[in-house]
Design a protein around this ligand. Structure first.
Ligand SMILES: C[S@@+](CC[C@H](N)C(=O)[O-])C[C@H]1O[C@@H](n2cnc3c(N)ncnc32)[C@H](O)[C@@H]1O
Length: 189
């Protein structure tokens, strides 16, 4: 019950106007047939959008450490008749994805959860196809009292850029249309 309310809240937040989900998806230039991993898929807002976008020939891997969250997304996918989503329970940094298979790794509001982000993204490289990209969106630190600042659910952009450099990536593009989050796209060096 609480899980479902929480995940619906996450999905409402992802869908809110100020968070510009359509513009995010446009910026990713997703094509039919793409294989995408949605790391920390949460309530599945982006997982389901990606699944529609990549079509029958594509696949979306919904990755989360919480199996209850994956079950919530699975139920929505079944209701919507989407059968191109693979649900991948992750144990911390341990993920089971196919090697050299992904066009895109997407991680929204997850970076701040990772204890060793450089190691995490270094290990993820083996799942990317040559030319595959990693998109990272996270909250900007902000002053004052809010859910994000209270629970430190944010990451300074310089830290993300440095950790990704250490993990062996280069910056492909930085998008600045989100007022409360940073959004960067990386390729493998
Ligand atoms: C704030 S939610 C973001 C959910 C979704 N990406 C969104 O934008 O609405 C963070 C999610 O990351 C998951 N998570 C945290 N650490 C993780 C890890 N190491 N691997 C995979 N998922 C993780 C959490 O269980 C949660 O579902």
């Amino acid at each position: 019950m609480f899980t479902s309310l929480f995940l619906k809240m996450l999905n409402r937040e992802a869908a809110s106007r100020k968070n510009k989900s359509e513009r995010i998806i446009e910026s990713l230039r997703i094509q039919e047939g793409y294989r995408i991993a949605d790391i920390g898929s949460g309530g599945g807002y982006f997982t389901l959008k990606f699944a529609r976008k990549v079509g029958e020939a594509g696949k979306v891997y919904a990755v989360d450490t919480r199996t209850k969250y994956l079950d919530f997304v699975r139920r929505q996918a079944e209701r919507e008749g989407l059968d191109n989503i693979i649900f991948v329970p992750a144990a911390g940094d341990e993920i089971n994805l196919p090697q050299a298979a992904l066009d895109l790794v997407f991680a929204r509001n997850v970076f701040h959860h990772l204890t060793e982000p450089a190691k995490y993204f270094h290990n993820l490289k083996r799942f990317l196809k040559p030319g595959g990209k990693v998109a990272i969106i996270d909250h900007k630190p902000k002053a004052g009292f809010s859910f994000v600042s209270l629970f430190r659910h944010h990451t300074p952009e310089e830290f993300i850029l440095q950790e990704m450099e250490n993990a062996g990536y280069f910056l492909v593009e930085s998008f600045d249309f989100l007022s409360e989050q940073t959004f960067n796209l990386f390729g493998v060096k």
